[in-house]
Design a protein around this ligand. Structure first.
Ligand code: VGL
Ligand code: ZN
Length: 210
């Protein structure tokens, strides 16, 4: 069955200027996935876009913690938090979707990381692991049972979204060649292992009818 006719949605994660080389938190080759994401999206009737969308002074920014540097890891009430350069500040140019992203039929943009005191890598659940974004309910109400994912970064927002999609009862597939990773201290290898253990299907775009 073509994907478009199935109960599947494509989730396009954080393809934003700050995650592209030249941005504030660049993911190597992050721009290279854009044509593939556009092409894949044409196979899906249901497309959802996730957008990292932080208020100024967000808790995940190293600049919010005097004496700390980007990529330090600190302990917060909800657990470990990697500190990042300031990125994807609400309504900034860096937070905008990549200009070549061409998803005119996407019906939902879900913004995450809006809570000043909680980060949210996942498009489903914030880092406190209890505040939901509402995405699982949205997809279920539309009869979706399978989620394909592409985007940035594979070892952070894509991984946590895929794990949470499984936890919420969806079939989940990550299209690896339509993702790129940050790869901090082995985080890419760890992400692959965690996704496999959770039953996330790791596929290539050539496995799909495009
Ligand atoms: C992301 C770090 C901080 C991501 C977002 O999109 O993977 N990574 N905020
Ligand atoms: Zn972020």
């Amino acid at each position: 069955m073509p994907i478009a006719a199935s109960r599947a949605a494509l989730l396009v994660i954080d393809v934003q200027n700050d995650f592209i080389p030249g941005g504030q938190l660049p993911v190597p080759e992050g721009d290279r996935i854009v044509p593939l994401a556009n092409r894949l999206a044409r196979q899906f009737r249901q497309v959802v876009i996730a957008q990292d969308w932080h208020p100024r002074g967000h808790i995940s920014f190293a600049s919010s913690h005097p004496g700390r540097q980007p990529y330090d890891v600190i302990e917060l009430p909800y657990g470990e938090q990697t500190l990042w350069p300031e990125h994807c500040v609400q309504a900034s140019a860096g937070a905008e979707l990549h200009p070549q992203l061409d998803l005119p039929h996407a019906q939902l943009i879900i913004r995450k990381g809006c809570n000043p005191d909680i980060d949210s890598y996942s498009a489903f659940l914030e880092a406190d692991r209890s505040t939901t974004t509402g995405l699982a309910g949205y997809l279920k109400e539309r009869g979706i049972d399978t989620v394909y994912m592409v985007g940035l970064a594979l070892d952070f927002c894509v991984m946590f979204s895929a794990l949470d999609a499984r936890a919420a009862g969806f079939n989940a597939f990550v299209v690896l060649d339509a993702c790129r990773a940050i790869d901090l201290d082995g985080s890419l290898a760890a992400a692959i292992t965690r996704m496999q253990a959770a039953g996330v299907g790791l596929i290539q775009s050539s496995d799909l009818p495009i």
